[in-house]
Design a protein around this ligand. Sequence first.
Ligand SMILES: Cc1ncc(COP(=O)(O)O)c(C=O)c1O
Length: 449
Amino acid sequence: MVTSESTDLNMEHQWLPFTPNRSFKKDPRVFVAAEGMHFTTHDGKQVLDGISSLWCVAAGHNRKPIAEAIKKQLDTLDYATAFQASNDQAFKAAEMIAAMAPGDLNKVLFCNSGSEAADTSLKVALAYHRGRGEGHRNVFIGRERGYHGVGFGGMSVGGIPANRKVYGSALLPRVDHMRFIHDPVNQAYINGVEPVWQEDILLELENRILPLHDPSNVAAVIVEPVAGSAGWYLPPQGYLKRLREICDKHGILLIFDEVITGFGRMGVNFGADYYGVVPDMLNFAKAVTNGVIPLGGVICTDRIYNSMMQAHSGAPEHAIEFFHGYTYSGHPVACAAAIATLDLFRQEQLFQRAGDMGKVLGDALHSGFKGLPNVVGIRALGLAGAVELSPIAGSPGKRAYDIFIECFHNGVLVRPAAENIVVCPPYIVEKEHIDRIVNVVADAIRKNA
Ligand SMILES: Cc1ncc(COP(=O)(O)O)c(C=O)c1O
């Protein structure tokens, strides 16, 4: 039995997700409490949360209004079935989310995670097209190094090779991927601006991918507005607008996976707002409850919803229009947490703060890391950024992993993503926290040179 030294944690039975379990158990990272910007570990250390606990804890840890709302909800309505019934909190949360979303994104399908949101959105796309008599539209297009969670749908449209490698035979068959949005030669260093590319990288979609499948067979294109999990890679200026135009031209639905960019990370409500492009579906999770309790969802346009209802106009009243849902879709406690979180965001103007602190972060990353050994790129936009390092020959990902471990030992949690170290602190971050993160990461980069 592996136990930690200062507490009696039995670590035999939890199989840790997306974690090297063997090395973790030799040097565990176990949190037992959190407040504001910091965790307390099982052995009593303070660790600065430089990644909002994986993009979730946008308002900082242990926010009382959210905890109070959850406690109140537990004492009022603990749970109610989501099928053939609903609850008041789900309606209120959906109303608030729809009000925040751009354009006619007004209908919220709740689920519990980003992975479920991805699969839900793909299923809506198929059902929508079929309802309109275009059931032949069943090709999905994602993007290389995209991440849409770990369900079979999300994995199939996702483009991170390690996540797909083992599951090849089980991935959806009619899927293609656009090329990645990174130019390491001309666009290695980006600070607070949209990169301008000379090349039009969507020509590949127009001239190769769509003709190959025939656009009339394509159900949807799904992208993250900013490629988050891959390591905060930013689309070229005009890319998403042009993608919208291409989709419109061919009747293809455009899905934005905003599990990371949603709810303020870019300094505005959604990536869609930042880039001025309204998708047909917008997937969210993570920050919507400040990470406190699982909740995700897909915001669909009125057009999609109305079309699905219209498709059943001749069906009997008791006929269900969309055979999909989760037992915990719109869970009242999760929705109460979302309502309190969204209120808190607004009361403290945290999205604006994220935008303001994003500039501080971008400047600090560039002045702190540029020129350090092995640094080959730094990208910052919104309240997030990444420093990219040259890989160790024959050991992909090891340098960033070693730097992540070193930072953790020095009291700062950052995220290794392939050859990147990603920083995306809670929106309540202060300059002193940013300086500390940058200093600790810079020391670790030097030490691992
Ligand atoms: C863009 C995107 N989509 C989907 C997911 C999957 O979310 P979850 O882990 O909640 O299933 C993530 C998680 O990081 C994500 O970044």
